[in-house]
Design a protein around this ligand. Sequence first.
Ligand code: NAD
Length: 256
Amino acid sequence: MLKGKTALVTGSTSGIGLGIAKALAAQGAHIVLNGFGDIEGPQAEIVALGSEVSYHGADMSKPAEIEAMVKHASERFGSLDILVNNAGIQHVARIENFPVERWDAIIAINMSSVFHATRAALPAMRAKNWGRIINVASIHGLVASAEKSAYVTAKHGVVGLTKVTALENATTGVTCNAICPGWVLTPLVQKQVDAKAAALGISNDEAIRLLLGEKEPSMQFTTPEELGELAVFFCSPAGNNVRGVAWNMDGGWTAQ
Ligand code: NAD
């Protein structure tokens, strides 16, 4: 379905970003990966799906590097058709104890990067009259949790920016939507499981049951593969008039 298209997925060396990159690759898209840590493993996973892959190491807190990455994606494969804004970090602390440096980093990486990548990618998408911008927000773009001030602020911002992007391009073939996952067991969440297990002196499995039990009625994690299939739907012809939605995949978290 996506043969000949190019997708740039930010923060795709791990977790949800890698899951979405693989789902788009399985549909035939060329993939540009981004993020830190192991790069060769994720690249090999994309190649194994029969797609071409490239990598750009832009730091998503740096606007000039984001612009350079978008340019690289267009030049490497001839166009940039699908932009998945996914990179994100977390820090958990009460507001009065929240390190200012962590606040600034979360706002830059989780929210402002979406603006910078979108503004760089839009002109070429509009010129082709086809594009998909998919913002990986969070259930924390819709509701809050204590001790996550920067993350909740950034993700609410991403949901707002998604709507503005959708409206500004509503008469074109460029759509913009957000995905709002509940708990997904990635390195970002495993850190929170580890902190809970250490604080309460309980096992990993008990900490997971507590974490899910606080918020997620299904008592199940959403998987990167499931989120990847939602991204594929947004890119499909059936997604042509899906504009500005914030779509939960949250095991019933926000139904309560
Ligand atoms: P993860 O830690 O597995 O992956 C994060 C990715 O972002 C990695 O590839 C990392 O290298 C990259 N990254 C981090 N800082 C970066 C920077 N400055 N520049 C470039 N890349 C950077 O986390 P994840 O759980 O897969 O999270 C992906 C996205 O999904 C985030 O935006 C997160 O907020 C969101 N999300 C996660 C969950 C969850 O439960 N895991 C739930 C809702 C939303």
